[in-house]
Ligand binder design. Structure first.
Ligand code: ATP
Ligand code: MG
Ligand code: MG
Length: 373
């Protein structure tokens, strides 16, 4: 069987690896952590830094195709691999998704709305902006252009002076985004193949806790027309990027039911973990399919579902795992644990999916189950 390669061995890499192996492929994982979630399932574990030249050469030489699970993979490494092997997503797409300034420019290029924002590449760029001009984006959120996730690298600012102080504090290129009044957050996950075939999953309604995804509710409890337009927008963006692979698009729904694109991720997404139990094809199978040049599978939702993230916070102070009894005994719940050794606060350790007749019923039961942990 063909060997597939993945850069990154976290939970997304683990679920990709399991999907690929189930579908009959072999998998090589490049990941420096010897105890990573994916390494346990890999046929070959290249235990080396992500940028290690020899390891990258091995990937290129032994894999029929290579993908990544992680947003901050070196885009040039992806471009280099693409010279000799099949790579998806492309280094160019990864580079865009890594940089909020480029990302927002591409969203605009696709004709889609973002929050009003100001790109601040440098201290000199900020110094050239008057307080009055800054005020148009306030109150706002200053976000580092690169390397932010789970709300890290963000500061909320109310006045021009606060914005300037926050920029000095972050000390890197940023975007200042106007704070919007969010009614809901939703996400759409698109699979696009090299022959431009696309399939989009049902919209997930996402609730965050402390900047980290807490639950995803599917189908999202919004008007069907609004959900359809978010799906269309996500597909338009994938087309504009000539994207090959799985692309996640996060949206804000504003009070007047308009949609704004927040950000994209060039990979399967935490808010798509519901597909593992509720869709005909899951998002990791789609990643394998796109990587191997197959058609996307059906994204049909077989049942309403709620996904709950399990963070290290629910583990005991002493690192002891919660009692899974009640969860394990619920016939319509499925538990996924990522095999991480150490439970730290805010660390994604696993998730569970609850399937029920309606999204509201699934949510009610999911919350009750979470309370038992
Ligand atoms: P992720 O882990 O999803 O990659 P991130 O660190 O890249 O997160 P964002 O998605 O940009 O950060 O923002 C995190 C959360 O902060 C959003 O899901 C939303 O709840 C809130 N937020 C971000 N931008 C805005 C905005 N312009 N107005 C209101 N709320 C916002
Ligand atoms: Mg992000
Ligand atoms: Mg986000």
């Amino acid at each position: 069987p063909a060997m597939l390669g993945i850069i990154g061995g976290g939970q997304l890499g683990r679920m990709f690896t399991i999907a690929a192996k189930t579908m009959g492929y072999r998998v090589t994982v490049l990941e420096p952590d010897p105890h990573s979630p994916a390494a346990a399932f890999a046929d070959v574990h290249l235990c080396a830094p992500y940028g290690d030249a020899t390891a990258l050469q091995t990937l290129a030489g032994t894999c029929a195709a290579v993908t990544t699970e992680f947003e901050n993979v070196d885009a040039d490494a992806m471009r280099m691999l693409a010279k000799t092997t099949r790579v998806s997503p492309s280094g160019d797409c990864v580079a865009i998704a890594q940089d909020r300034i480029a990302e927002k420019a591409w969203i605009a290029k696709a004709g889609l709305p973002t929050a009003p924002y100001l790109a601040l590449e440098s201290a000199a760029a900020l110094a050239a902006v008057s307080d009055d001009a800054l005020a148009a984006y306030l109150p706002g959120i200053l976000k580092t252009a690169r390397l932010g996730y789970d709300g890290k690298g963000q500061q909320r600012v109310k006045t021009p002076a606060e914005a300037r102080a926050a920029f000095a504090d972050l000390g890197v290129a940023c975007v200042l985004e106007k704070m919007l009044d969010l009614k809901l957050e939703v996400s759409a996950i698109v699979t696009r193949t090299s022959a431009s075939q696309m399939a989009v999953f049902p919209l997930a309604e996402n609730r965050h806790e402390g900047g980290i995804l807490d639950v995803s509710i599917v189908p999202a409890r919004i008007a069907a027309g609004l959900a359809a337009s978010a799906q269309t927008m996500a597909q338009r963006l994938a087309d504009e990027l000539d994207y090959v692979g799985v692309l996640a698009v996060e949206f804000f729904v504003l009070g007047d039911d308009t949609l704004v694109v927040n950000e994209i991720a060039p990979r399967p997404h935490n808010s798509g973990h519901y597909t593992l139990t509720a869709c005909v094809t899951d998002q990791f199978q789609q990643q394998v399919r796109a990587l191997c040049g197959l058609l996307p599978g059906s994204t049909e939702l077989m049942t309403p579902v709620v996904m709950v993230n399990l963070l290290g916070d629910v583990w005991g102070e002493d690192g002891r795992a919660p009692k899974w009894d009640v969860l394990a005994e619920a016939p319509n719940a499925q538990l996924y644990l990522y095999g991480k050794q150490e439970a730290r606060k805010g660390r994604k350790m696993g998730h569970f999916n609850v399937m029920a007749a309606t999204a509201d019923a699934a949510l009610e039961q999911a919350e009750a189950l979470k309370d038992t942990l």
